[in-house]
Every structure is written in structure tokens, then in C-alpha cells.
Design a protein around this ligand. Structure first.
Ligand code: ADP
Length: 643
């Protein structure tokens, strides 16, 4: 194939502009990013060569070489990693492959990135960072195992790039940065040394550079010849210590080193929220250095989000994004686990089932949850910072991790009718402040706090002074399926089934009142039932309403409005389930309807009003009404009449 010139995807160009103009004040990190990519590429070939030795082409002297060329004004980063073929270069460098990224870019548009650099640091800008210091970047690469698949990519970062086939003898990738005039300091040996030491010291492969020094001329005996002058001698030096940070004792590792390692493996711009570093001994021997990030990644809830724990066996890289090491509800964790028990040739498929891995997972989960519990206990304000980012994910654990339910239920928080917006209450606090006459824990689910606050279902709770938890995350519907009890108290949805809110006396009083209402209104009640029989399961007088005329109530196990909405949003089939319409016998509307009914059962207005009653109940719970046109026509008629 010949040389072709292509345009970057719009998103890539936007990203490039951001990186070049506003992202990092610290330009040094371009080298960290490129070395990181090179190290990942070597990880990959190492792993793949376990099953196919031919890929090595006899070269397993893993190395990342930095080649400054002062004459040409270029800096080259060379690796003997897996390399890329032409299609992969186009896919990886010319487009933004991950589907969530587009949505994320859209989301970024309104925000000032200079003030929020962490936003963009959330996804790998890695390679593009080179354009901060270079006005032209050339990438030459050849995929391992295919000598004819080399290609050359080049761009000045202003909208387009060229790509063409080329010759490359050795496997791997060379990235050559044609440095901008004012960036020539990056050719300086000491500058490069400093950056590598600071950001990439723990990279596990030799990062080398040719160093040329003047040496006095020596004789055959190895002794310096007096007055013999000097000659230039070039040697290849390794710039990094390659010490795997997780194998070092905690006491010797500085905060800064932990942070740099986090940035290296997570590609995050920000500091981690917590660092957890420990060794496990006993049934399972491993070292873990894992991090809770400070911010959620933009794709946390997307299907192609990858978990971020890397697995090593005795310091040998096995795989990144190891699925089996943490459960989904802790998928935001980043870091490294290094096992002493697993065999080196474990395959990814086996990992899912491996008992050793299961043991590590169990241990790791315990450690993470206890770290969170400790944070919550000691620094509740700080815990809120974590919870605001990851609470909705953590909550999934209550549904899926039965073994840790007890721990998790003390970590979850909810807004409630007693908290201000954006503030939370734990179940423990909720129970502690329950009034004496309250038996159960009450909650309401729905898409937003403002919607819930106005729900007629809350009227009776307000009157009684009972706190109601607001559950506004979609996952909450699943949480409450598993979390049915806390501290011996049942969790009860305010819009479901019968509520046992009253004392014996109050109950008697209400029953009497209901009997009275029925006597009064039985005829019209039956009439409403008949009119709405296709829409609701039952029509009855309510114990929950004090102000509103009506509301809809789900069965103890039936679908509520929120769940219906969530299922629809997920494109899932929504099973047919009718709810109960509850009417407030004290509402003036009852008298009006009854009056009309007693005067003339066949008045067509009466049927219309029954429909309106039902529509009202739907609207207050935030559900769509079946026939909005009819609804507006009837309302207009009523307004005209009232005027
Ligand atoms: P990230 O590293 O976060 O994925 P980059 O933009 O830095 O983002 O790189 C995009 C992709 O290009 C990488 O995921 C990798 O597949 C590929 N890539 C980059 N550098 C190299 C390299 N030196 N060798 C092989 N592949 C590379």
C-alpha cells in the first residue's frame, strides 16, 4: 500500500488541541507516557510469547531505548515490544476506539479544562502528549512475528496524518519527536535522567541511553597514558532501578513514589484517594499495592469499562485488567497483585476459575472494605468524597456479594427526608434517630430527589415525623431486593403494600373512619373501580394520604413506577403489572364525585373525571399518562367552566 494522508477523527483532533494547549503545565510527563506505552508493549509480547515462542524472533532482551540526537533535534523512544501493524496504528492512534469516549468528549465541551485537568487525565492521552513538545511526530513500527508488516505514521498534530508501508528490520516501535525549538532541553542527558528517575524508575525493563564521555587514553596495561590526551567512549547505561515498588517495604516508600506509581498504572492525572499496600501470608501468599482513585472514570458504567488490577506472578507480568481479582462493584480499583503461588503459565481463561485467585480476591475485598470502614469511622467528611464518586457502584455489592453484605450495608449512605440535598444518612444513624413508635425503616425509590420530595406517598410520614430514605440511583431498586432488613428492622417501601404505621388505637380509629367512608361512598367507589378496571388492580381508601386526592401503590412484590421506568430505559420487557389506586376519603374531590354520581350516574363527565383521577396519580409519581391530548382537553374544559 502506498502513502496516504488521512484526517484525524474530530474527537482526536479536539483531544490533541486540548493536550497541546491547555492540559499539562508540566510537559515532562510526555516521556512518562511514552515509556509507559513502551513498557505495556513489552508486557504484551512477553505474555503472548508464552504460547508462541516464534513471536520473539530470538530477541528477548527487553529494552526501552532513549535516543537524543542533538544534530537533528530529535528524541526517539524505541522499544522491542509487540509493535503494531498498519490497521492497528490507524485504530489506536488515528481514532478514539472506545465507544464511551465520544460521549465523554461531548460532556467536556462546556467545561473549562484548564481548571479541571483531572477530567481529561481520566483517559489515556498518552501518545498525544508527545505533541506538547514536538511539532512533528514520526512513528515507525513493526508487529512481532511479521517481518513485512512495518509501517510509518507521521503527523504535525494539526488535523491530519500520513501513513505508509515501510521497512523495519527489528520488531517494535520507534517514536521520534521532532522537538519544538523551545523544547530542546529534552535532549539533555541530565534532563532525561531526571525525568526517568522521577516517573519511570519502577518500570520493569531496562530504560537505556547511550552515554558518551571523554576518557583519558589508556595503554594496553589499562593505565592512563600521561599526556596521551582523551578519547570519546560510548556506553549504554540503564537509567532506572527497575525495582518493583510493591516488593519494597512500606517504610521505605515515600508518598510521592506511591503517587507516581499510581499515575503510571492508572493513567490518572490526579492523586489516589487511598493507597493500600500489604503482603498476605498463609493459605495464599501475595503482595498487593492497590489504590482507590479520587474520581470516577467517565466510563465506569459503560460496558467496555476495564477493571484495573494487574496480575503478576513472582514479579513477572501476567495480565493487566485482571477481571477475576476484584468483583464488579469494586471495578474502580487500580493497582497490582503479585502472587507467589500461581504458575507462570496461567491463562486468562483459567484465572476466572482458579482457587488461588478466588482466595486473593476474597482477601483483597476484605482489605478494601475495611479500609473504607476505617475511613468512614475516622474521617466521615473524607469518606463522603469517596462516596459521592463511587457510592452507586459500591451499592451493587449489596445485591451481588452476599458474603460481605453486613459490611457493605454499613458503608452505604442515602439522602433522606431529613437530610439536606447532597447530604447523607447511614442506616445506623437512621435507626438511632427513629422515634420510639416507628418500627420499620422506610424508603422511596425514584429518579430524582425533587420528584420524590413531592410524592403524595410521603404525606403520612411527614405527619408522623418518620424519616424516609430517598433512593435515587437506579441500582437502589436492586439494593432493596437484597437489603430487606437492617438491625432487626424491616426495610419498607412507602409506595408498596400495606403500611403498618399506626398504633392499635390509631388503627381502630382509622378503620372506623374507613367504614364510615365506605358507607358514604360505596356507590361511587364501585363506579370508579368499574371505570378503571383495565388500568388498576383495585381502588381503595388510603391510609397514606393527608393532602393529595389519590396515589398509586404497588403490591408488596409487584413492579413500582420507578422499576418500570428503569426496565424500559434498559430496553427490557416490562411485565404487565397493575397497581392499586388509593383515594383520600377526606379530600373534597371525593364529595364532588359523589355528588355528581348521586345526581346522575350516567353523566359522561363522571367517566372523564375518573380518567383524570388516574392520570393525576400517574403524573405525581412521574409516569407518563396514556393520552395526553385527552388530558389537556379535559383540563381546558374544566378551566373554562371554573372561570
Ligand atoms: P493508552 O496508552 O492510554 O491506551 P495511547 O494514546 O497512549 O493511549 O495509546 C493508544 C494505543 O496505541 C495503546 O493502547 C496501544 O495499543 C498502542 N500503542 C501506543 N504506543 C505503543 C507502542 N510503543 N507499542 C505498541 N503499541 C502502542
Amino acid at each position: 500500500m502506498t502513502k496516504s494522508t488521512k484526517k484525524f477523527e474530530t474527537e482526536v483532533q479536539q483531544l490533541l488541541d486540548l493536550v497541546i494547549h491547555s492540559l499539562y503545565s508540566n510537559k515532562d510527563i510526555f516521556l512518562r507516557e511514552l515509556v509507559s506505552n513502551a513498557s505495556d508493549a513489552i508486557d504484551k509480547i512477553k505474555f503472548e510469547s508464552h504460547s508462541n515462542m516464534d513471536l520473539l524472533e530470538g530477541n528477548a532482551d527487553w529494552k526501552i531505548k532513549i535516543i537524543p540526537d542533538k544534530n537533528a533535534g530529535t528524541l526517539t523512544i524505541r522499544d522491542n515490544g509487540i509493535g503494531m501493524n498498519r490497521a492497528e496504528v490507524e485504530e489506536n492512534i488515528g481514532t478514539i476506539a472506545r465507544s464511551g469516549t465520544r460521549a465523554f468528549m461531548d460532556d467536556l465541551k462546556g467545561k473549562n479544562l484548564a481548571d479541571n485537568p483531572e477530567l481529561i487525565g481520566q483517559f489515556g492521552v498518552g501518545f498525544y502528549a508527545s505533541f506538547m513538545v514536538a511539532d512533528k511526530v514520526t512513528l515507525m513500527t513493526r508487529k512481532s512475528g511479521d517481518k513485512n508488516a512495518a509501517c510509518c505514521w507521521e503527523s504535525t498534530g494539526d488535523g491530519s496524518y500520513t501513513i505508509e508501508d515501510c521497512e523495519k528490520e527489528t520488531r517494535g516501535t520507534d517514536i521520534t519527536l521532532h522537538l519544538k525549538e523551545e523544547m530542546k532541553e529534552y535532549l539533555d542527558e541530565w534532563k532525561i535522567r531526571g525525568i526517568i528517575k522521577k516517573y519511570s524508575d519502577y518500570v520493569q525493563y531496562h530504560i537505556v541511553m547511550d552515554i558518551t564521555r571523554e576518557e583519558p587514553v589508556k595503554g594496553v596495561d589499562g593505565k592512563v597514558i600521561e599526556g596521551g590526551g582523551t578519547i570519546e567512549k560510548t556506553t549504554e547505561e540503564t537509567l532506572n532501578s527497575m525495582k518493583a515498588i510493591w516488593t519494597r517495604p512500606k517504610s521505605e516508600i515515600s508518598e510521592e513514589e506511591y503517587e507516581e506509581f499510581y499515575k503510571h498504572i492508572s493513567h490518572d492525572y490526579d492523586k489516589p484517594f487511598r493507597t493500600i499496600h500489604y503482603s498476605a501470608e498463609g493459605t495464599s501468599e501475595f503482595k498487593a499495592l492497590v489504590y482507590i482513585p479520587s474520581h470516577k472514570p467517565f466510563d465506569l458504567f459503560m460496558r467496555d469499562h476495564k477493571k484495573g488490577i494487574h496480575l503478576y506472578v513472582k514479579r513477572v507480568f501476567i495480565t493487566d485488567n485482571c477481571e477475576a481479582l476484584v468483583p464488579d462493584y469494586l471495578r474502580f480499583m487500580k493497582g497490582v497483585v503479585d502472587s507467589s503461588d500461581l504458575p507462570l503459565n496461567v491463562s486468562r481463561e483459567i484465572l476466572q476459575e482458579d482457587v488461588q485467585i478466588k482466595r486473593i480476591e476474597k482477601n483483597l475485598v476484605g482489605k478494601i472494605l475495611s479500609t473504607l470502614a476505617e475511613t468512614k469511622g475516622k474521617t466521615p467528611e473524607d469518606y463522603l468524597n469517596f462516596y459521592r464518586e463511587f457510592g452507586p457502584v459500591l451499592k451493587e455489592g449489596i445485591h451481588f456479594d452476599f458474603a460481605n453484605k453486613e459490611k457493605l450495608q454499613d458503608l452505604v449512605l442515602f439522602e433522606s427526608s431529613r437530610t439536606d440535598e447532597g447530604q447523607f444518612v447511614s442506616l445506623k444513624e437512621y435507626v438511632a434517630r427513629m422515634p420510639e413508635n416507628q418500627k420499620d425503616i422506610y424508603y422511596i425509590t425514584g429518579p430524582s430527589r425533587s420528584g420524590l420530595e413531592n410524592s403524595p406517598h410521603l404525606e403520612i410520614f411527614r405527619k408522623k415525623g418518620f424519616e424516609v430514605l430517598y433512593m435515587t440511583d437506579p441500582v437502589d431498586e436492586w439494593v432493596v431486593q437484597a437489603l430487606t432488613e437492617y438491625d432487626g428492622k424491616k426495610l419498607h417501601a412507602v409506595d408498596r403494600g400495606d403500611l403498618e404505621l399506626d398504633s392499635e388505637e390509631e388503627k381502630k380509629e382509622k378503620e372506623a373512619k374507613q367504614e364510615e367512608a365506605k358507607k358514604h361512598y360505596q356507590g361511587v367507589l364501585d363506579y370508579i373501580k368499574e371505570q378503571l378496571k383495565d388500568k388498576v388492580k383495585e381502588v381503595r381508601f388510603s391510609n397514606r394520604l393527608t393532602d393529595s386526592a389519590c396515589c398509586l401503590v404497588a403490591d408488596q412484590y409487584g413492579l413500582n413506577a420507578n422499576m418500570e421506568k428503569i426496565l424500559k430505559a434498559m430496553n427490557q420487557e416490562v411485565p404487565e403489572s397493575k397497581r392499586v389506586l388509593e383515594l383520600n376519603p377526606d379530600h373534597p374531590l371525593m364529595q364532588v364525585l359523589n355528588g355528581l354520581f348521586e345526581k346522575d350516574k350516567d353523566n359522561p363527565k363522571l367517566a372523564d373525571y375518573c380518567g383524570l383521577l388516574y392520570d393525576q396519580a400517574l403524573l405525581t409519581e412521574g409516569s407518563p399518562i396514556p393520552d395526553p391530548l385527552r388530558f389537556t382537553r379535559l383540563i381546558s374544559e374544566l378551566m373554562v367552566k371554573a372561570a
